[in-house]
Ligand binder design. Structure first.
Ligand SMILES: [Zn+2]
Length: 418
């Protein structure tokens, strides 16, 4: 059988083309066409939105495989990778990432096992992190200079005091050591580790908690008195971690009582370069919210009306809220792919449609009027299950949800594991 394929080139076309040709030859594929999206950001556009590649993805009958030189030439986001893998499985296409420098190409066939899928998701995650780090570096210096905020008071974790660029007062700059620790912790959250497990490892390695870290920076001794007991050093708990990871100060925001201070245009006042970009921070909040074990979790920026209420019809897992910039609504999407898990048919639905549907159902069932909170929904045992829509959605998709995809259950006993 002879396989044919389409290739994709995004930057430095010469070297990528060579890598693709070598990879194709090695797998006995015949190149029938090339899709070159030069100058198109893989971070901002999904493969299905790229001018050269997208038309090919819509006519899958014309080839058997797609070859990229590297995963990061194909996608720069975990969500895009999960879309691409889903498409390839549905269309029974083979995806090849040549990965120069590696022993052999990464090949995803319709029969590939979970390890291959997991490897693709890991590489997509790395590509996503690299893209964020790059854009943070490009904008960080500029933002720090634009920041009018001067700093006084407690130094948030991940930062150290630095002279303000104007020459008077202080601002904050990322502290190499603690900012690296924040990144390490964020990576572990992305890998699916619980805050409790992360806290245990940090304690095992004698990593100072924020309070002790600042004490050491200022030449003071660690530990102190807490709850009437004297400690040589304080210990990490899931609470300490949550406090660090939930703080918008990680984006360089000035805080007042834990909330970002905004300027007259509604933009956050910065007191230094961000440790995490805005999108990294919000992705993290969504992950923390999606993973929170109990109802007593904090209600940070990442909690949405249907968090823990909306579930994916295919895997039964939770759906999390994914913002859709610049719209005020976003989507509830199956959390499995973002957690590196395989879902056979990951569901997604516009958040405003799903929320309206659930609120209407809740009001009809309970006769309640007025605003509806998530606590109300959870107290009523509301659970909405969403199944995956047909590809494309169709014209009906523009006016409201396809309610045949939705099931709303009320008053079911609440399942603490759900
Ligand atoms: Zn799912």
């Amino acid at each position: 059988m002879r396989l044919s394929n389409v290739t994709t080139v995004t930057t430095s076309p010469g070297r990528q083309r060579t890598a693709i040709q070598q990879g194709a030859a090695r797998l006995a594929l015949t190149v029938i066409a090339e899709a070159a999206d030069l100058g198109v950001s893989a971070r901002k556009t999904s493969p299905f939105e790229r001018p050269a590649l997208a038309p090919w993805l819509r006519k899958p009958d014309e080839y058997d495989a797609i070859v990229w030189s590297h995963v990061d030439r194909a996608v720069r986001s975990v969500n895009h990778m999960s879309e691409l893998l889903e498409w390839a499985e549905e269309q029974e296409k083979t995806l090849v990432f040549v990965m120069p420098g590696e022993e052999r190409p990464l090949v995803v066939t319709p029969l590939s096992d979970g390890r291959t899928i997991r490897r693709c998701m890991d590489l997509a995650y790395i590509a996503e992190q690299e893209a964020h780090a790059l854009s943070a570096r490009l904008t960080g210096a500029h933002e720090a200079l634009r920041a009018t905020g001067r700093y006084g008071g407690l130094v948030p974790f991940g930062y150290r005091k630095a002279p303000h660029p104007s020459g008077t007062g202080w601002c904050l700059a990322p502290d190499v050591e603690s900012a690296a620790l924040v990144r390490h912790i964020v990576d572990r959250v992305h890998q699916g580790d619980s805050l409790t497990a992360i806290a245990r490892d940090l304690n095992d390695r004698n990593t100072p908690v924020p309070r002790d870290h600042h004490a050491l920076l200022q030449g003071r001794s660690t530990g102190g008195v807490r709850h009437g007991h004297t400690f040589d050093r304080f210990r990490w708990t899931s609470g300490t971690l949550s406090k660090v990871l939930r703080s918008p100060s990680l984006m360089g925001h000035r805080l007042h009582r834990g909330r970002s201070v905004l300027d007259e245009d509604g933009r956050p006042v910065l007191i230094g370069a961000p440790v995490l970009s805005r999108s990294e921070f919000h992705t993290l909040q969504d992950l923390l919210t999606a993973r929170s074990p109990g109802p007593r979790r904090s209600r940070g920026a990442g909690s949405h009306l249907l968090t823990r209420v909306a579930h994916c019809g295919a895997c039964g897992g939770r759906m999390y809220f994914r913002p859709r910039k610049p719209y005020i609504y976003g989507d509830y999407v199956c959390a499995a792919p973002a957690n590196g898990l395989r879902c056979p048919a990951a569901a997604a639905m516009r958040s405003d449609w799903l929320e309206t549907y659930v609120i209407d159902g809740y009001r009809a069932a309970t006769g309640a009027g007025g605003p509806v909170s998530r606590a109300d929904l959870q107290a009523a045992g509301a659970r909405v299950t969403v199944t995956k829509g047909r590809c494309g959605g169709g014209v009906d998709g523009l006016s409201g949800p396809d309610t045949s995809r939705l099931t709303l259950a009320m008053g079911a006993p609440s399942d603490p594991a759900a």
